[in-house]
Design a protein around this ligand. Structure first.
Ligand code: ATP
Ligand code: MG
Length: 316
């Protein structure tokens, strides 16, 4: 079976900037595929190419089996998009927006009404259906955008940071809905800069930075790859020299951080025991002790560095 999304060597430049830099990946049917990267990584540019808004400078992309440059209409008929910037008309009501987009996609009147009613109820917007979108809160607008994206019953959903700027409750509702539509068999491509969100939702994650994909893997495997970026942060009641702490085979490095000490390790629980013993032996007290997961930034730096080194040594 062909992949719902297939991208080969995709490249997009804006003047000097290479926004998308020879990116290749395949999304499997029924998968929630995350595009995880910081501001300016190239997430939106990739989505705009895949949804037929921008033309790539190099490479090819196929969505639902169609080349996005050669057959953009066929692609658009099969996808739903929640763009980075709202595409709802603020001077129309939620209901009118849904009718309009349904009409644009050629959804028959009866189904338009049925679908709009169903989605507005599911997303908690039915009471507000006749209000102008101008008066909607950010969370309401974002939920409406999801309803709009679903009006043509798409095979594939593209969501560009759909929970960005939402409160915890609204973000959870949006995630639940995404999961539900995935359970119904839809393939989902979601961009985010939120590591936790990617972990929660995605079957696989592509980590993108400076237009390049540094890694594509399951959340579990990505976490394993960055295990040695975890650290135990400890505050003793007396200053110590970092060298005094280095006597453990599972300590990768020790770095002072203000009055605290960061001990990098793939095995935090062993190091916590070691630190407690160390404090006893030196007759010191531990004032605070925390295990910290690597930040997204840390993982990017590691993966991007490895990615570059691999490129450098590649001989094929
Ligand atoms: N229309 C444009 N003209 C010029 N430069 C652009 C344009 N669109 C994007 N860029 C540049 O391309 C790079 C990638 O931008 P893009 O919007 O794809 O990033 P992003 O990962 O979506 O970031 P964010 O998390 O901030 O939304 C950035 O350096 C951006 O400044
Ligand atoms: Mg973006």
């Amino acid at each position: 079976m062909t992949s719902p999304i297939k991208v080969d060597n995709l490249t997009k430049r804006f003047g000097e900037i290479v926004a998308v830099d020879h990116v290749s990946f395949k999304v499997r049917k029924g998968e929630i595929f995350g595009f995880l990267g910081p501001n300016g990584a190239g997430k939106t540019t990739t989505i705009r190419i895949l949804t037929g808004i921008l033309k790539p400078d190099e490479g090819k992309a196929f969505v639902a089996g169609y080349n996005v440059v050669e057959e953009p209409v066929k692609v658009k008929q099969r996808i739903g998009v929640v763009p980075e910037v709202s595409n709802a008309y603020v001077d129309l009501s939620a209901w009118s927006n849904l009718m309009l987009i349904g009409e644009l996609y050629g959804v028959p009147k009866k189904e338009r009404v049925e679908r709009a009613t169903k989605f507005l109820k599911e997303f908690g917007l039915y009471q507000a259906r006749n209000r102008l979108v101008r008066g909607f809160s950010k969370g309401m607008k974002q939920r409406l955008l999801l309803c709009m994206a679903l009006m043509n019953d798409p095979e594939i959903l593209f969501l560009d940071e759909p929970t960005s700027g939402l409160d915890v409750e609204s973000a959870r509702l949006v995630r639940e809905k995404i999961q539900q539509y995935n359970d119904d068999g839809k393939t989902i491509f979601i961009s985010t800069h939120n590591m936790e969100e990617a972990n929660l939702l995605c079957h696989r994650i592509a980590i993108i930075n400076h237009g390049q994909i540094a890694a594509i893997d399951t959340p579990e495997n990505l976490r394993l790859q960055s295990m040695e970026l975890q650290y135990v942060e400890v505050l003793f009641n007396k200053p110590i020299k970092k060298e005094e702490l280095m006597h453990h085979p599972e300590i990768v490095k020790v770095v002072p951080a203000g009055n605290k000490i960061r001990i990098y390790t793939a095995n935090p629980s062993a190091i916590i025991e070691f630190v407690v013993e160390f404090a006893k032996k030196c007759e010191m007290r531990i004032l605070s002790l925390n295990t910290m997961m690597p930040s997204l930034e840390d993982i990017f730096i590691k993966l991007v560095r490895e990615h570059r080194e691999n490129d450098f040594y590649r001989t094929d």
